[in-house]
Design a protein around this ligand. Structure first.
Ligand code: ADP
Ligand code: PAZ
Ligand code: K
Length: 255
């Protein structure tokens, strides 16, 4: 078995693979102040509840976009699982040709998503990851990673309305029945959900023009992908496990 770990700004997602099969996956909140031992207990308990054991883990791979948590999770792996994890970053073989000005700057999660998408779908393609931030990653017909766009995530956007406008409440991220809201909550939900779908359509349209690729597969992932994919036909497929798959693939390329 291998353990794959994706440390995002909101959630840490863990996956346990046997070969190509994802046996279990777990989602923790990203708690920047939690300790090595706290994560050890949490993950140990999740394993125990799933009838799996740290002893069966032959290797661990981690991608992180939260630098202060990397060392904590690495030490947790060494102390409790007894394995030195691979870290997605400089020096690791991803097989991806990065056309970013400074390849070290690209978020590890974006690299991992691109690797998984290239393996599973036909290029050219775009990956949209609805996380804390929403990222668009463009891959051309030759499987080169071109870059993309970063926009505020759905959660951040919704939170900003609540934080900055006294009379706007905190709302559920839920699709309203109509775009013309007749109360504050429905008006906010309409703006956020339908506005976000429109934003995705607009960015994808511009990407297609700039890449000169009228036919381009668009894959969505991340916690909130299904919500937006239901509101636009510019997303061809939702693949919730894309990041975990990418980590499994990169692990195997570095064995
Ligand atoms: N399975 C899910 N169902 C509904 N919402 C989810 C799910 N997973 C994550 N979310 C929400 O999606 C948002 C982004 O989470 P996630 O995709 O894990 O972001 P990140 O990769 O930045 O940590 C968060 O608000 C989270 O609560
Ligand atoms: C854009 C991100 C914040 C997305 O992170 P997430 O929403 O998955 O937590 C992350 O990929 C990141 O910090 N990237 C570095 C900047 C870049 O990719 O150019
Ligand atoms: K992510």
């Amino acid at each position: 078995m291998i353990l794959v770990v994706d440390i995002g700004n909101t959630n840490i997602v863990l996956g346990v693979y046997r070969g190509r099969e994802l046996l279990h996956h777990f989602r923790l909140s990203t708690a920047r102040q939690s300790t090595v031992d706290e994560y050890g207990v949490l993950i140990h308990n999740l394993f125990h509840m799933s009838n799996i054991s740290f002893k069966d883990v032959e290797g661990v791979i981690i991608s992180s976009v939260v630098p202060p948590l990397v060392q904590v999770i690495v030490e947790m792996c060494v102390k409790y699982i007894g394995k030195d994890p691979l870290l997605v970053g400089p020096g690791i073989k991803t097989g991806l040709n990065l056309r970013y000005e400074n390849p070290r700057e690209v978020g590890a999660d974006r690299i991992v998503n691109a690797v998984a998408a290239i393996e599973q779908y036909k290029c050219p393609l775009v990956v949209v990851d609805f996380g804390t931030a929403t990222t668009f990653d463009c891959i051309d017909a030759g499987a080169n990673y071109l870059g993309g766009a970063i926009v505020p995530g759905l959660g951040i956007s919704t939170e900003a309305l609540y934080q900055r406008a006294s009379k706007l409440p905190r709302i559920e991220l839920e699709k309203p029945k109509k775009v013309i809201g007749r109360n504050t909550v429905h008006a906010m939900q309409a703006g956020i959900i339908f506005g976000y779908a429109g934003q995705v359509e607009g960015i994808v349209r511009r990407i297609k023009l700039e890449m000169n690729a009228p036919v381009l597969k668009v894959i969505a992932t991340g916690g909130l992908a299904p919500l937006i994919a239901g509101e636009t036909d510019c997303i061809d497929e939702v693949n919730p496990m894309l990041t975990l798959e990418g980590l499994r693939i990169i692990y195997n390329r570095n064995k």
